[in-house]
Design a protein around this ligand. Structure first.
Ligand SMILES: [Zn+2]
Length: 248
């Protein structure tokens, strides 16, 4: 029944039934893969229809299906959870990297806790230690690449390159590349490709709706890639449960 409602494009009722099964811990609840697929298809549908409140709810539902956030269900808004650690090797204050940070921290849909490079490192602290600890604390590590970066050969740049190299050796299931334009991807991680208008989106004179669509697509894409990454590497088909509040 859920399937046929979905096929008819009636996501609202399909998800209503699905949420009821989850809340009731019904033995007929479909597997996580099905549920995630449903929420993410519904999110895309809402983004395309420019229904922003609905998009927000769907994206939160997607997020809760992902192992890395599942255990943080009660503290998603808490400060000590670092959702994304963005590592970018470029000039000292890269406007594109800062835009990515802004987009993820101030989005209308989901406000993530994000840190870029050593921006939050307190004075007097050893930088390499800071990187190490922050990597451990982060739910997801995003390596950001764009075309023709202004390569800085300072210590930070060298350090980031070394971290990238190290993380590429292991089988980490929390590393994604974020790519803008024709940037090269030196390391093999799944990639989220930013739309070409990323650099100009949200500038004055542009409509809010355009920015919302960009944010919605970006967040959905990151959530989808994260899900695939974790489903393929650490997925356990154990039964799982949600906090009820997100589904009402
Ligand atoms: Zn840059």
């Amino acid at each position: 029944m859920v399937e046929s409602l979905k096929a008819a494009g009636d996501y609202e009722n399909a998800i209503g039934i699905l949420n009821r099964l989850i809340i009731d811990k019904d033995p007929n609840t479909p597997p996580r893969q099905f549920i995630f697929q449903m929420y993410s298809d519904a999110a895309l549908h809402s983004i395309e229809k420019r229904k922003i409140e609905e998009t927000k709810m769907r994206l939160l539902q997607c997020q809760k299906c992902i192992p890395t956030w599942e255990n943080h269900s009660k503290c998603i808004e808490e400060d000590d959870v670092l959702d994304f650690y963005i590592l970018h090797h470029c000039e000292e204050r890269c406007p594109l990297a800062e835009k990515l940070v802004r987009l993820l921290t101030q989005s209308f849909f989901v406000k993530f806790n994000v840190t870029l490079n050593a921006d939050d490192c307190l004075p007097g602290r050893t930088i390499s230690k800071y990187y190490k600890e922050t990597i451990k604390r982060a739910n997801l590590i995003l390596f950001f690449y764009h075309e023709s970066p202004l390569t800085s050969e300072d210590n930070d740049g060298i350090l980031i390159e070394r971290i990238q190299e190290e993380l590429s050796m292991g089988s980490e299931n929390n590393v994604l590349n974020v790519i803008l334009g024709d940037a090269e991807q030196p390391w093999r991680h799944p990639a989220v490709v930013l739309p070409n208008d990323f650099a100009t989106a949200g500038e004055e004179g542009k409509e809010d709706a355009e920015m919302h669509a960009l944010e919605g697509h970006l967040i959905l894409d990151i959530l989808r890639k994260t899900y695939e990454l974790q489903a393929s590497k650490s997925f356990q088909p154990e039964s799982f449960s949600f906090e009820q509040n997100v589904f009402e």
